[in-house]
Design a protein around this ligand. Structure first.
Ligand SMILES: Cc1cc2nc3c(=O)[nH]c(=O)nc-3n(C[C@H](O)[C@H](O)[C@H](O)COP(=O)(O)OP(=O)(O)OC[C@H]3O[C@@H](n4cnc5c(N)ncnc54)[C@H](O)[C@@H]3O)c2cc1C
Length: 301
């Protein structure tokens, strides 16, 4: 039988599609011990995997009816920006709150996929899918975002770099759901994301560089430098962060010696993977160039 028929047969395998009305109901329909049972946010990644016959569901638990409860964008009492797990990427793109409190997300969104996908894809799906080429997890890692997770035993929080543990792998149990993401208000924080594509601007990136700098009194106090897309998961570069901490800001740039240390750190401390978007060596060179552009962009933000 040829591969086309395999795919057709896969699409014809029946599965359950459930639509719970509440979070506890949704959690009770998931299964920790069956990878063929999955929650469905926007379905944009799941449908591609089903069409490609790399995922055959036994049960999909659609979270669509939870969107009114889990799709909001708000500030909490401590000023943290809270994005609901069912908030769509286009709601982030057009949110005045996101623009005010995390404008790096607003600036990145138009380059993320296309408007049709952004209208349905969700924050929860973007994080749980853990495709290393995705843009949002890299940005959220640089913002020290906290991912809120609900499960049968209660709720917990993880930073994005603890949530995404490897190539398409997360720390989520099969019966847990991402209910939201919180980004703390940090005075003086400036952030930038640079997406490098080798084809169309909204294509999958060959490299994503996300950077956040907490600035005070003309110098950088702390930094986050995160490489995405070119690695098996969003990867912080502690040596580059250490090189930036304490650096004096000169206009919208830093001393040449500091920039050299940052370039060397991203080149030598990260394992770059080769794929359809380019070789590891090419991506390493992209990172050397774009990390400095990201610093300038952050300082101008
Ligand atoms: C044509 C196309 C182009 C794209 N280009 C880009 C791009 O340039 N940059 C980029 O970053 N992304 C891109 N994407 C990927 C897109 O961002 C993801 O498909 C999307 O974010 C997934 O969200 P979803 O809600 O549709 O997830 P779904 O497809 O519903 O789910 C994805 C995975 O997450 C799980 N899941 C969903 N919601 C939850 C939840 N709340 N809690 C726990 N697990 C959950 C599902 O079980 C599944 O395993 C592209 C996608 C397409 C189809």
């Amino acid at each position: 039988m040829n591969r086309g028929n395999d795919r057709l047969e896969n699409l014809l395998i029946p599965f359950e599609l459930l639509e719970p009305r509440t979070l506890p109901e949704a959690l009770s329909m998931l299964a920790d011990d069956d990878t063929a049972v999955r929650p469905m946010g926007g379905g944009t990644a799941l449908m591609l995997m089903m069409k490609a016959a790399v995922f055959t569901p036994r049960r999909l638990v659609s979270l669509r009816a939870l969107a009114p409860a889990l799709g909001g964008i708000a500030l909490d009492e401590r000023g943290a920006l809270c994005l609901g797990g069912m908030a769509t990427l286009s709601s982030l793109e057009h949110s005045a709150l996101v623009k005010t409190h995390a404008s790096v997300i607003t600036r990145a969104m138009p380059q993320l996929s296309n408007v049709r996908v952004r209208h349905v894809a969700t924050v929860g799906g973007a994080l749980a899918h853990a495709d290393p080429h995705m843009d949002l997890p890299t940005i959220l890692t640089a913002l020290d975002a906290r991912v809120q997770i609900a499960g049968p035993g209660g709720s917990r929080e993880l930073f994005v770099d603890a949530l995404i543990t490897g190539y398409y792998e997360t720390a989520l149990a099969g019966n847990e759901l991402i209910t939201g993401v919180a980004i703390d208000a940090v005075p003086g924080r400036k952030a930038a994301y640079i997406k490098c594509t080798t084809r169309a601007a909204d294509d999958w990136p060959a490299l994503g560089v996300a950077l956040s700098l907490v600035c005070s009194g003309g110098h950088i106090e702390t930094a986050r430098v995160v490489i995405g897309a070119a690695t098996d998961r969003p990867t912080r570069v502690p040596a580059a962060e250490a090189a930036l901490a304490g650096a004096l800001i000169e206009g919208t740039t830093l001393a040449a010696a500091t920039l050299d240390r940052v370039r060397d750190a991203v080149a030598s401390q990260v394992v770059y993977t080769s794929d359809a978007q380019g070789s590891g060596a090419y991506k390493r060179q992209l990172a050397r160039v774009h990390v400095v552009r990201a610093i300038t962009a952050a300082l101008q933000a």
